[in-house]
Design a protein around this ligand. Structure first.
Ligand SMILES: *[C@@H]1O[C@H](CO)[C@@H](O)[C@H](O)[C@H]1NC(C)=O
Ligand SMILES: *[C@@H]1O[C@H](CO)[C@@H](O)[C@H](O)[C@H]1NC(C)=O
Ligand SMILES: *[C@@H]1O[C@H](CO)[C@@H](O)[C@H](O)[C@H]1NC(C)=O
Length: 491
């Protein structure tokens, strides 16, 4: 925390109160983003929060409650959903004291700070009912929820913070939307969960991925995954579905209706399209899907079963690429960002928040412009092990079939792997040795769409001189005056 920011905290609060008022007046802040941090090259939390602000993204969903991230969101005017990893559910479900402690450490601290973080939701687990978990978290969800709710009541937060459980769309099934029902093994737990949500005024949170339907099923009609019309509409009695998103959404509506909660508000916890690592994961498709989705949601058309009632909130997956995620789901898993790992917009996208196309992160601090490549004067037939080792630690998913670097040849492959590893090691000289097969270069080896990255060296502790502080205060005052005048004109 630098001195400059402490001194001007109150000014910032005032500024964001005014901005928040402006946003509310427009009444359309339904688009938010997921912010995951499983990356070898993490943007500093402050840089990422500035990225959210410059793009007027006012809702963010996290997968944990990392204090650095939540601290950076304090006083930002951004509404936050923090998360509890599945691995913590059994403890929180069995120990009221652990739940109390979690609430104290991860909510009360931030909510009573000055300025506070605007935490509205706690996601209890992340897709805990996912079929591939074989039920290992299932029985802990309701006990954890009930303990946490007690802790919220004790901490006097039950009115302002709501518990939710983000579910994968595999929690329900049906071939046509109107017949939607929760999975039979989940019936009992869903009945309890939905009743709890209803009592507490919480929404049902669901993650919907037409990309995965297309990726995992060669019979899935490609045009049905998007929003541009389809030659394969799904006819369901009087209703016709022209895109997978609506069909899936209404399957959930029908499943909720069967339990007696057909009107329960729905939040889309995750939805998006990856840009690399598979044939159908590319920039054109990601842009088409995300823009189509945003336009569709903001048109307020709703769906056949919920006409004119769009989802309450939609959190895009994701803000940034996360190059250290598991590739178990597929090589695309590290490429869901609307921004690359360093906060640069991957494609032209209008979030509908009044700022036009995506704006890049500013003041990102990179490592020096240096890359590690295969030494061209060496016979590379013996480097297979180095290649494997580098790629087992660093990210090489763009080399895979359908990826942006899949066409750069064997030598290119090796260079790419060496560089990926070298950047991950923060350009440590030793890390480019590879028994003499590696070589540092100052010429960017990127070819076409295949980008050889330079890591970021971003931290929050940059010392801020008095001069910077002065500029910072003046800029805030100018922004404040600008916003004030805009509001005045709107009256
Ligand atoms: C608070 O959240 C963090 C991050 O998710 C977690 O590591 C920590 O254990 C939590 N605190 C408690 C007391 O459970
Ligand atoms: C991009 O993905 C779409 C579908 O997701 C696919 O039809 C198209 O061929 C892909 N484009 C390229 C250049 O691979
Ligand atoms: C480059 O590496 C990828 C990923 O390991 C592999 O699938 C591809 O066949 C390689 N290409 C060449 C030309 O060696």
């Amino acid at each position: 925390m630098n001195l400059c920011r402490i001194k001007t905290k109150s000014l910032t609060i005032l500024l964001w109160l005014v901005l928040a008022a402006g946003v509310l007046k427009q009444g359309e802040a339904a688009i938010g983003v997921n912010w995951g941090t499983i990356s070898h090259h993490r943007l500093s939390p402050k840089t990422a929060v500035d990225l959210l602000k410059v793009n007027k993204i006012s809702k963010v969903k996290l997968f944990d409650a990392d204090p650095q991230v939540v601290n950076a969101l304090r006083g930002s005017g951004i509404q936050v959903m923090v998360g509890i990893p599945n691995e913590m559910l059994s403890l929180l479900g069995s120990s009221p004291a652990a739940a109390d402690l979690w609430v104290r450490q991860n909510l009360t601290t931030h909510l009573s700070a000055k300025p506070p973080a605007d935490i509205r939701y706690v996601a209890v687990g992340n897709e805990p009912f996912l079929g591939s978990y074989s039920g290992q978290f299932q029985s802990y969800v309701m006990p954890a929820i009930l303990n946490l709710q007690q802790s919220l009541v004790k901490a006097n937060l039950a009115g302002s913070v709501k518990l939710v459980v983000p579910c994968n769309a595999d929690a329900y099934e049906s071939s046509i939307p109107s017949q939607g029902a929760f999975r039979s093994d989940l019936m009992q737990i869903m009945t309890q969960l939905v009743s709890f949500l209803n009592t507490n005024g919480s929404p049902f949170v669901v993650n919907i991925y037409p990309f995965l339907s297309l990726y995992g099923n060669s019979d899935f009609p490609q045009d049905y995954a998007f929003f541009g019309g389809t030659n394969h509409p799904v006819v369901d009695g009087p209703n016709t579905y022209y895109n997978a998103f609506d069909g899936n959404y209404d399957t959930l509506v029908a499943a909720l209706d069967k339990l007696g909660y057909g009107q329960m508000p729905i939040v889309i916890g995750e939805v998006g399209w990856p840009t690399d690592g598979a044939i159908s994961a590319n920039l054109t498709a990601a842009r088409a899907f995300n823009q189509g989705l945003i336009n569709h949601v903001l048109s307020n058309k709703g769906t056949p079963l919920r006409p004119a009632v769009p989802p309450m909130d939609v959190y895009l997956f994701s803000l940034l690429d996360e190059g250290a995620k598991s590739t178990l789901p597929g090589n695309f898993e590290r490429h869901w960002g609307i921004f690359s790992f360093d906060g640069q917009a991957k494609y032209a996208l209008n979030l509908g928040l009044g700022t036009g196309l995506l704006k890049n992160a500013k003041d990102v601090r990179y490592l020096p412009s240096r890359w590690c490549v295969a030494n061209p004067s060496k016979d590379l037939s013996a480097v297979a092990n180095h290649f494997k080792l580098a790629c087992s630690v660093a990210d090489c998913t763009t080399l895979s079939y359908g990826g942006s670097c899949s066409g750069i040849g064997e030598k290119g492959n090796i260079s790419y792997a060496f560089n990926s590893y070298y950047q991950l090691q923060k350009q440590d000289v030793q890390s480019c040795d590879f028994d003499g097969f590696g070589m540092v270069t100052f010429l960017d080896p990127s070819v076409g769409d295949c980008r050889f990255l330079v890591g970021v060296a971003d931290t929050d502790d940059a010392s801020s001189s008095g001069w910077h502080c002065g500029i910072w205060i003046v800029s805030r005052i100018l922004i404040f005056m600008g916003v004030f005048m805009v509001l005045l004109l709107e009256e």
